[in-house]
Design a protein around this ligand. Structure first.
Ligand SMILES: NC(=O)c1ccc[n+]([C@@H]2O[C@H](COP(=O)([O-])OP(=O)(O)OC[C@H]3O[C@@H](n4cnc5c(N)ncnc54)[C@H](OP(=O)(O)O)[C@@H]3O)[C@@H](O)[C@H]2O)c1
Length: 300
C-alpha cells in the first residue's frame, strides 16, 4: 500500500491521479478526512502532523509514504495554531518519518522545495532542509524531490492571476516581476513522484524544474497568450504595499497575505535538474506553453 500524505492538496492530488493509473492500493492521509471513501475509490485516513498520536495508525500496513503537505494558511504563518514552516516542514516531517520508520515503511518520498539549505536566509528554505535531513537520516530508502514553482489546473497562485486577467482591465503583479522561476507542470511533478515512489526507485535529493528559466513577467505573459488576452497590461505593485496590507490582515483566520508571504512569492525558484535527468531516464518535462495549453483556452 502507498500512503500519500497531503493527497487532498494541489501536488498530492496530481500524485494520486498518476498513481491510480498503475495501482489501486493508494490511500490518502488528511488532517480533515471527514469524507471517508472518495468517489475515485481512494480511502482517506486521518493523520495530522501536529498530532503525532494520529500518525502511527495512518502508516500502519503501508509500504511507501509520499509526503506532500503543508499548513492550511500557507504561505502565511499562524504561529498560535502551529501553522509555521518550522512546525510542518521540520517537526512535522520528523514526526511522520518516525511513525513510518517505526511501522516498517520501506520507502519514503518527501516533496521538499527548490532552495532548501541549512544556511538559507528564509525560514521556509531552512525548515525544508531540516525536514530533508529527517528523511535522509531514517532507516528507510528515501528520495527527496525539490520542485521549483509548480502550476496546473488546481493551483492557487497562477489561477488567481488568470481570474484577474479574464475579468479585470489590467493584471496586478506584486513586485517588478523580475524574479527568476522555472515553472514545472504539476502533472510532470506527479510523474517524477510516482517514479520515485517505486521501492527500488532513485534514492537521494533531486531538484525538479521545467525546461525554461524565465522571469515572472514572462510567465504571466505566456498565461495571457494562453487565454487569448495578450494585450492585457501587467501593473506592478511595489511589495511595500501588500506587505503593509498583510500586517493589517494578520489577525484574520485565513489572511490572504503577510509580509513574509510577499517575500515568498517574489523570491527566485530555480532548480538544478542535471541529477534528475540522470536518475530518471527518459523523463520529459513540458514547457510552460505546453503545460498551460492542457487546461487554459481563450474565452470570448
Ligand atoms: N505548489 C508548489 O508550487 C510547490 C512547489 C514546490 C514545493 N511544494 C511543496 O509541496 C508540498 C505540497 O504543496 P501544495 O501546494 O500541494 O499544498 P496544498 O495544496 O496547500 O496542500 C496541502 C496539503 O496538506 C495537508 N495538511 C494540512 N494540514 C495538515 C496537517 N496538520 N497534517 C497533515 N496534513 C495536513 C492538506 O490536507 P487536508 O486539508 O485534507 O488535511 C493538503 O492535502 C508543500 O510542502 C510545498 O512546500 C509546492
Amino acid at each position: 500500500m502507498i500512503l500519500v500524505a497531503g493527497g487532498t492538496g494541489f501536488i498530492g492530488s496530481a500524485v494520486v491521479r498518476r498513481l491510480l493509473r498503475d495501482r489501486a492500493d493508494v490511500t490518502v492521509m488528511s488532517a480533515h478526512p471527514g469524507r471517508g471513501l472518495r468517489s475515485d475509490g481512494v480511502r482517506l485516513v486521518e493523520g495530522d502532523v501536529l498530532r503525532p498520536e494520529t500518525l502511527l495508525t495512518a502508516v500502519a500496513g503501508v509500504e511507501v509514504v509520499v509526503q506532500a503537505l503543508t499548513f492550511p494558511t500557507f504561505p502565511v504563518e499562524k504561529p498560535r495554531k502551529g501553522f509555521t514552516f518550522e512546525e510542518f516542514e521540520h517537526r512535522g516531517t520528523e514526526r511522520l518519518v518516525r511513525a513510518a520508520s517505526d511501522a516498517g515503511v520501506r520507502r519514503y518520498v518527501y516533496v521538499s522545495g527548490a532552495g532548501a539549505a541549512p544556511d538559507a536566509e528564509k525560514v521556509w528554505h531552512r525548515a525544508k532542509w531540516a525536514g530533508e535531513q529527517a528523511v535522509l537520516g531514517a532507516s528507510m530508502s528515501a528520495c527527496v524531490l525539490r520542485p521549483s514553482w509548480a502550476y496546473g489546473a488546481g493551483d492557487r497562485a497562477l489561477n488567481r492571476f488568470v481570474a484577474f486577467a479574464r475579468r479585470g482591465p489590467a493584471v496586478p503583479v506584486i513586485g517588478d516581476g523580475s524574479q527568476r522561476v522555472q515553472p514545472v507542470f504539476v502533472e510532470d511533478v506527479a510523474e517524477v513522484v510516482a517514479r520515485a515512489s517505486r521501492v527500488d526507485g532513485p534514492a537521494g535529493v533531486f531538484e525538479v524544474g521545467g525546461p525554461e528559466v524565465m522571469t515572472m513577467n514572462d510567465v504571466l505573459r505566456a498565461v495571457l497568450r494562453a487565454i487569448g488576452k495578450p494585450g492585457k497590461r501587467l501593473v506592478h505593485v511595489p511589495p511595500a504595499l501588500p506587505k503593509a496590507a498583510g500586517a493589517v490582515v494578520r489577525p484574520l483566520p485565513r489572511p490572504p497575505l503577510s509580509p513574509d508571504a510577499v517575500d515568498f512569492v517574489t523570491g527566485d525558484a530555480v532548480a538544478d535538474t542535471r541529477g534528475l535527468f540522470e536518475a530518471f531516464a527518459g523523463l520529459r518535462l513540458r514547457s510552460l506553453d505546453e503545460g498551460l495549453a492542457t487546461y487554459l483556452r481563450p474565452r470570448r
